[in-house]
Ligand binder design. Sequence first.
Ligand SMILES: CC(C)(COP(=O)(O)OP(=O)(O)OC[C@H]1O[C@@H](n2cnc3c(N)ncnc32)[C@H](O)[C@@H]1OP(=O)(O)O)[C@@H](O)C(=O)NCCC(=O)NCCS
Length: 180
Amino acid sequence: MQLREVTDDDLEMLREHRNRPDTRVWLGHSSPISSDQQRAWWATARLQQSPALLRPTAMFLIARDPDTQCDVGLVRISDITFDSACVGSDVFAEHRGKGYGYAVFAAACARAEQLGARHLWLKVFIENLPAVRIYKKAHFSIDQDAPVEVYYRPTLRPAMRYATSSDGFIHYVTMRRHSA
Ligand SMILES: CC(C)(COP(=O)(O)OP(=O)(O)OC[C@H]1O[C@@H](n2cnc3c(N)ncnc32)[C@H](O)[C@@H]1OP(=O)(O)O)[C@@H](O)C(=O)NCCC(=O)NCCS
């Protein structure tokens, strides 16, 4: 999987991806975002990954399939410290269910490790079955000591395609991977 920088031309596509109910139902902040909010986010994100910094504090990158040259997903690396980072990835809707999930996430982890992060972590809703499967395949395990946050999202329940609970409650857990 190739990773390329996000450009201004990608922003509206990313906002549409972010605002789809079947994407945002699985995000910590599930409300749709406006163009203004998107621009404010991007202004901050650019500073966080400025080449002028000794080390970026966050990175947002587009994942591209090297065979088809199609942009298939988004890589998010945040909370970057001298030895840890929060990693995340999405696959764009039209490319989901084709096996890209692990490749995009593995590329996110590899980039975070290149930045020096030996301890990788993320938060995921345990009901997001494909995501949890990908993270376990990448040797992440649930932090049993971290708090579990319970969210109630009844209006977004139809978008929970993989929900194992039928009542609108979903459970946000922390998963971690430590490298030697
Ligand atoms: C979660 C997401 C990244 C997965 O990407 P994807 O390309 O659709 O996933 P894949 O096709 O690679 O499948 C991933 C795994 O889940 C499995 N899977 C698919 N549907 C499943 C289901 N209903 N139940 C259990 N496992 C399922 C696949 O078989 C595969 O496992 P395998 O490699 O062992 O066969 C993608 O659906 C997405 O971006 N969703 C919206 C945003 C999101 O949830 N982001 C993550 C937030 S933490």
